[in-house]
Write a protein that binds this ligand. Structure first.
Ligand code: SF4
Ligand code: SF4
Length: 372
């Protein structure tokens, strides 16, 4: 690879009108014309959250990318598989503003699926056929934190290729971070996107990727054809080492892109965001046993299942007893009848936290961790 020209990571200010920065990224990194080719635009549509919550790709970014593709004579579809086994992707697209932004190009990609096998894990993976049928894929990840995998970003966003109940099954098959990172890289490798345009307009920091996180205005969009370089730049902006992030570490081992700063050409202003907060789960992995024992004593018994597992807590006031958390738990550790409880079968995957529509579950922000 030495001597090869690496693709740049382009950092643009988002500004008022996203069409201009999107056009600058596309004119550098995408074809001038798609000549009628099938282009799949894949936003992050994790759940039915309104756009202002920052959980999902900003509809203005989707709109600008759709327009740029139509202008390049593409046959466009916009789609993603939301989290949760029973969610209609059209309903989620509607709630997030993505349906309206898609200019009649939205397609419920969960309806036709194909089973594939992970290249390294060998796990069966049920993915949307539209992913495999696409001639060109534009990935639109969010710049945000994630309590299980520390960040979402470009590579992790391809988890949305997976349809329905298969997502929960994969959590069960890969219950620890290292194996789950391998699973995500396997999914990515089923069909690597051709271009990534990251929504860093409003980021999520702290215990993301959804209700547990906090909004942070960043005002950028980032583009690259190298997902790992893009994720590494996101990590630098967050103030963390990309090699401390499980998916990115695994992707580097597999040679899926460049992660070292000296290998990455950045076009635009790369600045670290001051005091950006990572998830609490990011900090405790680096603590020694003595400190962990000290912290365990500070919190209610059972809150820390083990050295690295903090179990979710319920906010009774917010709970609407919808049962989504029970359905989304891959290990059947969670019950709400006769009362809310989580058994020691919990693998701390935080699917229940991510998918609770009311934000009634949280990874307790054991604040003391942040001071070590
Ligand atoms: S905690 Fe959330 S997902 Fe679970 S029942 Fe309550 S509202 Fe529904
Ligand atoms: S209780 Fe929540 S965090 Fe624990 S395994 Fe179930 S879904 Fe995952």
């Amino acid at each position: 690879m030495s001597g090869d020209k690496k693709p740049p990571v382009i950092i643009e200010n988002s500004g008022v009108d996203l069409r201009e920065p999107v056009e600058r990224i596309m004119s550098s990194l995408a074809p001038d014309s798609f000549s009628g080719a099938n282009v799949l635009i894949k936003p992050n549509m994790v759940g039915p959250s309104e756009p202002g919550l920052g959980h999902t790709t900003h509809p203005d970014l989707v709109r600008a990318v759709v327009r740029a593709c139509l202008d390049r004579n593409a046959s466009v579809i916009v789609g993603d598989n939301p989290g949760g086994i029973s969610r209609s992707s059209r309903n989620v697209a509607n709630a997030t503003g993505i349906l309206d932004a898609s200019e009649d190009c939205f397609h419920p990609i969960s309806e036709q699926v194909v089973e594939k096998k992970g290249i390294e894990t060998g796990f069966p993976m049920v993915i949307s056929k539209s992913v495999l049928d696409a001639d060109y894929i534009i990935n639109l990840p969010k710049f945000k934190t994630h309590t299980l995998m520390m960040v979402t970003g470009a590579i992790k966003n391809t988890y949305g290729y997976i349809a329905g109940a298969c997502k929960a099954k994969l959590h069960l098959q890969a219950p620890n971070k290292k194996d789950f990172a391998k699973t995500i890289c396997d999914i990515y490798q089923l069909r690597p996107p051709d271009l990534h345009i990251m929504d860093a307009i409003t980021a999520i920091e702290g215990n993301g990727p959804c209700h547990g996180g906090m909004l942070r205005e960043v005002g950028k969009i980032l583009g690259s054809t190298d997902p790992l370089a893009l994720d590494a730049v996101m990590a630098q902006m967050m103030g963390v080492e990309p090699s401390d992030l499980p998916v990115q570490k695994e992707a580097a081992i597999r040679g899926l892109g460049s992660m070292k700063s000296y290998e990455i050409e950045v076009a635009g202003l790369l600045e670290q965001i001051p005091n950006f907060r990572m998830p609490v789960t990011f900090y405790h992995e680096h603590l020694d046993n003595e400190t962990i024992e000290k912290l365990q004593k500070l919190y209610p018994p059972g809150m820390m299942l083990s050295r690295t597992k903090i179990i979710p807590l319920q906010n009774v006031e917010k709970c609407a007893l919808c049962g989504d958390c029970v359905l989304s738990c891959p290990t059947e550790a969670l019950t709400i009848e006769p009362e809310f409880s989580i058994s020691d079968k919990c693998i701390a995957c935080y699917c229940c936290v991510e998918l609770c529509p009311e934000g009634a579950l949280e990874v307790p922000d054991v604040e003391a961790y942040r001071h070590y």
